[in-house]
Design a protein around this ligand. Structure first.
Ligand code: ZN
Length: 142
């Protein structure tokens, strides 16, 4: 395990815009506020969404669409730097009108209403780099 210590910095609360993509809005917020490291959570309601599943054997993502409207039961994620710019990594659990849930790595989601709580982390820049063993861009913590 690799560990690096950070301290909480700014806490941002945002109401995301209806009709725009959730991941893009958080990415834009991070860019605009010069946030390079953060953790966040979002709850709300969504229209169409696209989730993904990472096939660990083939080392590739398999995207799948989810038809809205759906509740955004839980969305957790983080912001770090990939290719010199803020990169949002988020996972989401969505539910339908019967409470059935589907979840995965969040690619995009049309916001109906969404409340974001983001905590900026202050410390050394948190950067992602390609990891050949997993095929993923993971945090460089050494
Ligand atoms: Zn993921």
């Amino acid at each position: 395990m690799m560990v690096k210590e950070y301290l909480p910095s700014r806490h941002l609360v945002a109401r995301l815009d209806k009709g725009l993509d959730l991941v893009e809005q958080i990415t834009d917020l991070a860019s605009g506020a010069r946030i390079e490291s953060a953790t966040f959570m979002v709850i709300g309601a969504l229209g169409q969404a696209e989730l993904s599943y990472y096939d660990q054997e083939k080392k590739e993502y398999h995207n799948f669409g989810v038809d809205g409207p759906m509740e955004l039961v839980s969305c957790n994620g983080n912001v770090s730097i990939r290719d010199s710019r803020p990169f949002v990594h988020a996972h989401a659990v969505l539910s339908d009108l019967r409470g059935n849930v589907v979840g995965g790595h969040l690619i995009k989601a049309l916001v109906f209403a969404a409340e974001l709580y983001l905590i900026e982390l202050s410390g050394e820049k948190l950067v992602r780099e390609f990891d050949a063993e997993t095929g993923l861009y993971l945090w460089r913590l050494h």
